[in-house]
Design a protein around this ligand. Structure first.
Ligand code: ASP
Length: 712
């Protein structure tokens, strides 16, 4: 261990003296130093090596990053993968049509032959992690921020990655941790043939829909199953009929015993993003300005989607996945704001900063003491830019699809393509067109345009406003004209244009109203916001780095500090427990199938229950999946610090067995990405026995249960 590294971790360990057991997302390769003894005192029967090792198989070999935003775990020796229903939702939706409505009816492959391929879907294992801070910063002078330093570091990184991936089939990346105080190399094995095996109907996998999302008590069977396929040498390969089920180094045994209060519990997965060290000014901006604006933008789009999806089952299937994406964050931000306001987060950050300044002054560190004020000054300029950027994301990426889709065709305007490249591009765009229109309805998109555009323009300050978009909106029947005149709202018209495309058509493409407006929207942002945003963001990054170092030096008696989540493999641990959300209320840590029947309302899509589940309930036909009292447990809560990206993560007991599948947090926990309160923040998991019950008794897919290792 280098001197720098050892000083850094000594600091972490000193910081850990007054340990807050439940907060934190820990780095697997550092568990031995930082967490092992505490975890064992809480009930872990394994060693840190059993969880993460690069020399022997360990729990980490059963954990994958699932696609681009979730976690999954391997639950059989034949590469069977478990994740959430909401993580597999895009794939389930893409295989669904009015004829094969897997969203509504569920899907179960009764043999491997029936498993469905998913082009583009990946499952990523972590081969190893390594601290490469010294190598990355070699020759880059600390304290000097700017392009020269960045350039040296970027060159160093390229070399480290090249070395790590030489003579093997791995991929690698380097990520910054502790706000840039540490750099870790992550070597990955990425599988590209991942097939859909099974999913319950949405009335189980999404039971409670938006009403229950982010809520407790919860009764959602939020799971789906996939299988990883490999080539004959068990290595990653593109999809092929000849691929075979992947043989993992480790798969999680499944506990049939369930959990009880105070049991040790850990969640192993890929939390995407937390912002635990934001300064007061940033939290205030988020609560007062950013969240309200993006919530009201999404209020509008969700209203349109609800009307259109309720009116037409085809539209419902087409927009199911898009609606979920919009509503998931929308509801989280509402809860996050409530929680942050309830706990006086802004004031708390202010008190922390006062204490920080006092500690810095006592330690004679004037530069540290100046950081909070520096943040105030920086954010005064940065927040409006961040706001304009966030509104662009809301409008351009989550609003009407027309502009972003049209902009993708600007590639045809390139001058220097040879005939073959042109043909390839046309083919790619043709495929993109087919995929896009499968899930597109011009009427819905036009309504989104009409309702969101005035709001978007009203949210921007004058130089940020795209002028052509504004002028267009002034004309009568703006939406009607735009959608009638553009090529990009009509599949047949666009395909005919693409097929006959020649250089004479470039002007028509250039002057298409959707292309013109797309360029206006993104171009105005690029000119008026992006340069200042990028340079201020870089300065803030450098202050964040110093602030993190300073907090760990000055406030070491407070708690143990963990690096913010950055979509890398982390372990959170805590206990199975309920909580008291409000004065006079106590939440139990588990729910049962009885609660599904209490919530059942067949008149609504949200709380409809499949008849077969009602029959099984009436007959109390729970098989070996009931608990010792004969109850069928559905979900449970624990104090594991999780975030988005932890969706689909395994909940593992002290013996290393799978007890549940993490899928959500409670309403009071929606603030935990910014401020975690161990007394009320809880993650929500489906009990693994409910997953098996649905797979076996409800879906009749007991061949899958036979693949698994059931522990007793
Ligand atoms: N349900 C959450 C999500 O979809 C998971 C979490 O954030 O706890 O992002």
């Amino acid at each position: 261990m280098t001197k720098l590294t050892s000083v850094f971790f000594t600091l972490l360990i000193i910081c850990g003296l007054q340990l807050n057991a439940k907060e934190g997302m820990w780095i697997p390769m550092l568990l031995k130093q930082l967490n092992e003894s505490e975890m064992q005192s809480m009930g872990l029967e394994l060693s840190a090596q059993d969880i993460y090792s690069i020399n022997q198989s360990s729990l980490k070999d059963a954990i994958v990053k699932f696609g681009g935003g979730c976690t999954g775990e391997i639950i059989s020796s034949q590469g069977l993968l478990l994740t959430n229903h909401h993580c597999g939702y895009g794939q389930i939706q893409s295989h669904s049509s009015l004829k094969n409505d897997y969203l509504q009816n569920g899907f179960w492959a009764m043999s491997k032959k029936e498993e469905l391929p998913n082009p583009g879907l990946t499952a990523t294992f972590i081969v190893r992690m390594e601290d490469v801070t010294q190598k990355v910063t070699h020759g880059a002078v600390d304290g000097v921020f700017g392009s020269e330093r960045e350039k040296i570091m970027a060159e160093n990184m390229i070399k480290i990655i090249a070395d790590a991936t030489k003579d093997n089939h791995y991929e690698a990346e380097i990520k910054a941790f502790y706000n840039g105080n540490k750099y870790y190399l992550i070597v990955k094995e990425i599988f590209k043939d991942v097939r859909l095996v099974g999913a319950p109907p949405s009335s189980i996998g999404k039971f409670g829909f938006d009403t229950d999302n982010w809520m407790w008590p919860r009764h959602t069977g939020d799971f789906s199953m996939f299988r990883i396929y490999a080539d004959k040498n068990n290595k990653p390969a593109e999809y092929s009929k000849n691929n075979v089920p992947y043989e993992p180094k480790h798969h999680l045994p499944i506990s049939m015993k369930g959990t009880k209060p105070d049991d040790f519990s850990m969640v192993f997965g890929f939390p995407a993003r937390t912002e635990s060290y934001l300064p007061q000014t940033a939290v205030q901006y988020t609560v007062e300005k950013l969240n309200p604006a993006r919530i009201s933008m999404r209020d509008l789009s969700l209203k349109v989607l609800a009307e259109e999806m309720d009116a037409d089952r085809k539209v419902n299937i087409q927009y199911a996945s898009k609606q979920s994406r919009i509503s998931n964050a929308w509801k989280k931000w509402i809860g996050q704001n409530k929680g942050l306001i309830n706990m006086d987060a802004v004031e708390k950050k202010g008190e922390f900063e006062k204490e920080f300044i006092r500690s810095a002054q006592n330690a004679g560190k004037a530069d540290y003491a100046a950081i909070p004020q520096l943040y105030n000054e920086l954010y005064a300029d940065y927040s409006p830019l961040d706001f304009a950027r966030s509104m662009l994301i809301e409008y351009y990426h989550y609003g009407p699809e027309l502009f972003k889709f049209a902009a993708g065709f600007k590639a045809l305007l390139q001058e220097d393509l040879n005939d073959e490249e042109k043909k390839e591009l046309q083919e790619r765009l043709r495929e993109k067109t087919t995929a896009h229109f499968k899930d597109y309805n011009i009427h819905v998109d036009r309504k989104l345009f009409e309702i969101l555009t005035p709001k978007y323009l009203a949210d921007l300050e004058s130089p940020e406003i795209p002028v052509e978009l504004k002028n267009h909106l002034n004309s009568d029947r703006a939406g009607e004209q735009l959608y009638a005149q553009t090529l990009f709202a009509d599949e047949a018209k666009l395909k005919a244009f693409l097929d006959d495309f020649s250089s004479e058509d470039k002007d028509a493409l250039r002057n298409d109203p959707a292309i013109l407006l797309a360029s206006d929207i993104t171009g105005t942002y690029t000119q008026t916001v992006k340069p200042a945003y990028d340079s201020l963001a870089a300065v803030i990054d450098s202050v964040n780095k110093e602030y993190m170092t300073a907090i760990m030096q000055l406030m070491s008696n407070k708690k143990q500090y963990y690096p913010d989540a950055n979509f890398t493999l982390r372990l959170s641990y805590g206990k199975v427990e309920g909580y008291e959300p409000k004065d006079g209320m106590v939440y139990k840590h588990y729910t049962t199938i009885d609660g599904i029947m209490e919530k059942m309302d067949t008149a609504t899509k949200e709380f409809d229950v499949p008849k077969k589940l009602v029959h099984l309930y009436k007959a109390k036909d729970y098989g070996r999946y009931a608990d010792e009292n004969g109850d069928l447990i559905v979900c449970f809560t624990a104090s594991n610090h999780t975030s988005g990206g932890n969706s689909g993560s395994p909940a593992i007991n002290g013996k290393g067995e799978l007890v549940g599948l993490n899928f959500d947090r409670t309403w009071e926990s929606t603030m935990s990405d910014i401020m975690y309160d161990p007394t009320i923040c809880r993650n929500i998991m489906v009990d693994i026995r409910y997953v098996l019950f649905i797979t076996d008794k409800f879906a009749g897919a007991d061949h899958l249960i036979k693949e698994m290792t059931l522990a007793n």
